[in-house]
Design a binder for this molecule. Structure first.
Ligand SMILES: Cc1ncc(C[n+]2csc(CCOP(=O)(O)OP(=O)(O)O)c2C)c(N)n1
Ligand SMILES: [Mg+2]
Length: 533
């Protein structure tokens, strides 16, 4: 057995079933070990996509995601995906396959200092060395899975990969758990919730990693808390719940802000400020923060109290306190939700982006998974798409990188082959990652790839208009498509120009054998009303 075999056997023992990446000569020993060892190598079109796909695999499987690249430009490409796992806190192992040990640090083709490159975007960046492979890998896996979860980078020189070893498979220790919050902190939080007349909870991204998300719903119901969520936390509790207010700080954010500012206490439940800082929306309302980290707020925020510790423990203990009453009426919440949802859908004769998003929702069963991307469409999808279960609404909002949606959808379909998965992305994002259409084709996965073809980098266009800059450099194409090409890389492409045609085409694509590209030619002028209002 060589060290590459030992690495693969250890990854497999950690529950890792596949790794995403692009090879070079230096990667071949690892790929051969993966082939023999039963960890699938998934070839992507770009290493950035490999990183995004690994991030999403980590979110969905409970084992770290795995991505692999060559040195230099392979490593720099990979960084865009690994950074996503860092800010959005997904467990991930990234391996760069390097030159031979005696060449490291010399002026040799493609060589750069990988540890310097990965240091700011990983929990650790470690060299893999002869005789220390098992211990390094076990430590890396444990660190990636310990809260807050995140990526660990490992650098593997080619001679080390190929060297024979008699190291045994390392024992894998359970990840470290966060300490429970002190009793006094829980007690004070319970008092604040009991005293509030109009408390509102806002669920954030840390809650996505709870061991038992049902505790969140029990706490909300126990305290009768109307709850909103950030973009990433949508679906942690079914948004059809009568206490659900929907998403904050996306389309029609002013409607949500107005409601939030009518509260007398905001309760952040696993609210990670990486998605949006409190001071953007909280106004004068006092804040009770319950999270895994000490809160990061501007001096203007009225921080009433914070509880720092393991979320399963905090929420479980708070839900075990006597129930308290408040003055919320179900009608108030329902009326607010109706007004919010109506404002998101300005009337138009045209086939609008919001109508396209609703059509895709209609076509996807409630347990289906949506992966989408970064742009004005993100704002619109986050506000108007009802998410019904955890892990069904895949987006990056901490890292917020274009190019996430398509590799995320591919990774989701591989991790959950039994579930319908849809990719819904802007045309700018499609142009950035359309090579991954070939990846989906090669994998043979059923995947509708819906492109909202509005001919603009619409989010940046909206910003140009708001800031009174002339429109410049944000138009993707001057004329409307007549028809899309017959196929991309052998994947059939369909053009649609109405909501009904879109819903029907998506349903057909969900029943097809492989991927389908569906180009919805939409009018997104309404973003000027709904986005960054
Ligand atoms: C890697 C990266 N580059 C640039 C940006 C800035 N950015 C955010 S949204 C966006 C436009 C996306 O265009 P498109 O996919 O067409 O979506 P739309 O805004 O039209 O819905 C850009 C350039 C980013 N978030 N990530
Ligand atoms: Mg666009």
């Amino acid at each position: 057995m060589n060290n590459a075999d030992l690495i693969v056997a250890t990854l497999k023992a950690a529950g890792i079933a596949r790794g995403f990446g692009i090879p070079s000569g230096n990667v071949l020993p690892m790929m051969e070990a993966m082939r023999k060892g039963g960890v699938d190598f998934v070839l992507t079109a770009h290493e950035g996509s490999a990183g995004f796909a690994a991030d999403v695999t980590g979110r969905l499987t409970g084992a770290p995601g795995f991505c692999i690249a060559t040195l230099g430009p392979g490593a720099t490409n990979l960084v865009t995906g690994v950074g996503c796992a860092y800010l959005d806190r997904s467990p991930l192992i990234a391996i760069t396959c390097n030159l031979n040990t005696d060449q490291l640090g010399r002026r040799i083709q493609m060589w750069i200092d990988h540890h310097a490159l990965f240091k700011p975007i990983t929990k650790a960046t470690l060299p893999l060395r002869q005789g220390e492979i098992g211990a390094t890998l076990a430590a890396a896996i444990r660190l990636a899975l310990s809260e807050p979860q995140g990526p660990v980078h490992l650098d593997l020189p080619e001679d080390v990969a190929l060297a024979e070893t008699n190291e045994p498979l390392p024992a894998l220790a359970a990840p470290l758990r966060l300490a429970p919050a002190p009793d006094a902190a829980i007690e004070r939080a319970a008092q604040l919730i009991a005293a509030a007349q109009r408390p509102v909870a806002v669920i954030g991204a840390s809650a996505m990693r709870m061991a038992d998300p049902a505790r969140l719903r029990r706490l909300i119901e126990h305290c009768n808390l109307p709850f909103a969520t950030t973009t990433m936390a949508k679906g942690m509790i079914d948004e059809a719940h009568p206490l659900s207010l929907g998403c904050i700080e996306r389309s029609c954010r002013q409607t949500q802000r107005k409601f939030l500012r009518s509260a007398d206490l905001i309760i952040g439940l696993g609210y990670d400020t990486i998605e949006v800082e409190y001071e953007a929306w909280i106004g004068d309302v006092p804040l009770l923060q319950i999270d895994i980290d000490p809160v990061d707020v501007a001096p203007s925020v009225k921080l009433a109290h914070q509880v720092v510790g393991d979320l399963d423990s905090s929420f479980g203990r708070l839900a075990a306190r006597p129930a308290s009453a408040n003055t919320w009426l179900a009608d108030d919440i329902a009326a607010h939700c109706r007004a919010f949802q109506a404002a998101l859908r300005p009337a138009s004769e045209a086939f609008t982006a919001h109508a396209a998003i609703d059509a895709v929702r209609r076509a996807l069963p409630a347990d289906g998974i949506l992966a989408f991307d970064v742009g004005a469409h993100t704002h619109q999808i986050a506000s108007q798409w009802p998410a019904h279960a955890p892990q069904t609404f895949l987006i990056t909002n901490g890292w917020s990188s274009m190019g996430f949606g398509l590799p995320a959808a591919i990774a989701a379909k591989l991790a959950r082959p039994d579930r319908p998965v849809i990719c819904l992305i802007g045309d700018g994002c499609f142009q950035m990652t359309c090579g991954e259409v070939a990846t989906a084709k090669r994998l043979g996965i059923t995947l509708p790839i819906v492109v909202l073809d509005d001919r603009w980098l619409a989010l940046i266009k909206v910003k140009q208009i708001r800031r009174q800059f002339p429109l410049y450099g944000t138009e993707l194409q001057a004329e409307e498509y007549r028809e899309p090409p017959a196929h991309y890389f052998g994947v059939p492409a369909r053009g649609v120009r109405s909501a009904d045609a879109l819903a029907d085409t998506v349903k057909a694509a969900l029943a097809a054998e492989g991927p389908t590209v569906i180009e919805a030619v939409v009018d997104s002028e309404h973003y000027l009303e709904t986005v960054y209002d």
